[in-house]
Design a protein around this ligand. Structure first.
Ligand code: DHB
Length: 304
């Protein structure tokens, strides 16, 4: 499948550089498969842990200017319940990346092992959910704890390990370097930005959890800066995520250093047709600008 659009990330072969971001369309085999059929190069599942979790009470999602604010509370059926869904998803023949979370390095390792046994092509470690106590960003903000988690997962599985970083840190270069040193095969930048919204008539925070993660165009310039910073800090590939809606956004992330891009909120705001429209736009840009393939684009902005 070698052509202008195909690429490879940590050994995963992608027909094009677009992926479904974690959290969008959940973990149902059929809905994730529909994303691949619509043209995504790979999918990432909603994060799963060792045990089932019901998540937070409603409201869990609020639309804000230029984005979505959500605090679902990592609802999931537990990794062992994903087996049948995975079977269905694997028939699409494109890389399936399972997003996992845990409270300790040992728990992360157990979830990763189960995911690998089910046929996950790679794991994405959610060490960056902005509002889960003792998991998520509490791990991803602490370079030492982050390194322990990555090392434990690397020991447990022989599949690529992708680390999804939080932008809610003083210096993302530090956490990227810690993840790489501990063995990460790729870095996703970024997870959502910790945020909140308050309804003025009642005076109440809109989310039941008060705080949530902001996604969508509102966070794009933050995400581009993070990708640019991570690209110049590590040698492993970077996957860009945060507010990608059109092909120009995807190109911008690749110029900053992303080898592939994840799309989430744009799927929620529009539909799965964004994958083919973005891929077609990237292809026309490559031809118009005289790039031989997408790999030539990656990090181009660092020349200036
Ligand atoms: C949730 C998880 C995330 O990683 C995130 O960025 C936002 C929300 C959640 O399930 O609540």
């Amino acid at each position: 499948m070698d052509n202008r659009l195909s690429t490879e990330i940590a050994g995963l072969k992608l027909a094009n550089p677009t992926m479904l971001a974690s959290g969008i369309l959940g973990y149902t085999g059929l809905s994730l498969k529909s994303v691949l059929e619509a043209g995504a190069g790979a999918v990432v599942t909603k994060s799963m842990g060792l045990e089932p979790r019901t998540g937070y009470p409603n409201p869990t999602v609020v639309q804000v200017d230029c984005g979505l604010l959500n605090a679902m509370g990592l609802p999931n059926p537990g990794i062992s319940h994903f087996k049948e869904e995975m079977k269905q998803l694997k028939t699409a023949g494109a890389p399936t990346i399972v997003s996992i979370y845990g409270y300790t390095p040992e728990e992360f390792a157990k979830v990763a092992k189960t995911a690998a046994e089910m046929g996950a092509d790679a794991m994405e470690l959610n060490v960056s959910c902005p509002h889960i106590k003792k998991a998520g960003a509490e791990i991803g903000c602490d370079p030492r704890l982050l390194a322990e988690v990555v090392e434990a997962v690397k020991k447990a599985v022989d599949k690529p390990v992708i680390v999804k970083l939080t932008p809610n840190v003083a210096n993302i270069r530090e956490t990227a370097e810690a993840a790489e040193k501990a063995g990460a095969d790729a870095i996703t930048a970024i997870n959502t930005v910790k945020a909140m919204s308050i309804e003025v008539e009642t005076g109440r925070p809109l989310l039941a959890n008060k705080f949530g993660g902001l996604s969508g165009p509102a966070i794009k310039p933050i995400a581009v800066r993070c990708v640019y910073d991570v690209y110049r800090s590590v040698d492993v590939p970077v996957i860009g995520c945060g507010g990608i809606t059109g092909w120009q956004d995807a190109i911008e992330f690749m110029l900053a250093g992303a080898s592939a891009v994840q799309i989430g909120t744009a799927v929620a705001f529009k539909d799965v047709s964004v994958f083919s429209s973005i891929t077609e736009g990237i292809d026309s840009y490559l031809q118009r600008k005289g790039f031989k393939n997408v790999k030539e684009l990656v990090g181009h902005a660092h020349k200036f």
